[in-house]
Write a protein that binds this ligand. Sequence first.
Ligand code: C5P
Length: 229
Amino acid sequence: MTSKTSVITIDGPAGVGKTTLARRLAETLDISYLDTGAMFRTLALRLGLEAETMNEDAIANACAQYHFHLKGHGERTQLFVNEQLVGSEIRTEEVGMLASRLARIAPLRKALADMQRKLAETQPLVAEGRDMGTVIFPNARFKFFLDASPEVRALRRMRDAENHDRPTDLAKLTEQIRLRDVQDRTRAIAPLKAADDAICIDTSDKDIDQVLGLMLRHIDASGGSALFR
Ligand code: C5P
């Protein structure tokens, strides 16, 4: 039997609450979390749309210029790119959409996949994204897949944007989320889907604390919390 890696994966579509839950779960277990969407967003912002027209070698070389590392634990986990803190500049829906377009490029995914696995070699992690349980960490100790309707997710994103003083149009946001869902679920490489052995949770009618409670109960029931402490 293949041994399990000390990783908890959380996958799911845009706006479902993965980052908040990864942060809270990491805090409870006192380990770090890895927001892999932030890695795609950072490369999207730095490489721009031109990346779509680069040949394989050029994109691989461009990606090789960027190195990610983590500092801190739990809610204080910080992601750095080339020693610079990744900040809120990546958090717009436009950057999310650009990231989703570039996420279809095989050499870019390969560069990030290598970095994601390397980060997990040196520390236990909660890793969140789209292909954590299916492709990057197939032997993860625990796998969760979160889902909710596009309307619910858009509403959550809108409230979040408003809290950060970025007023957003709900209808436009719902449309952007639907579009990104299609792009992420139907792409040829590493499409968004639940791993066969993932615990699937519909979060539409649950708040963060309720979902976190379900995850922790599952981890505890399998003796998992002790493994991460
Ligand atoms: O999760 P977030 O919205 O920050 O991700 C931005 C985009 O990056 C996603 O829409 C998806 O296309 C891409 N992504 C991915 N694989 C991951 C994480 C994010 O393809 N593991």
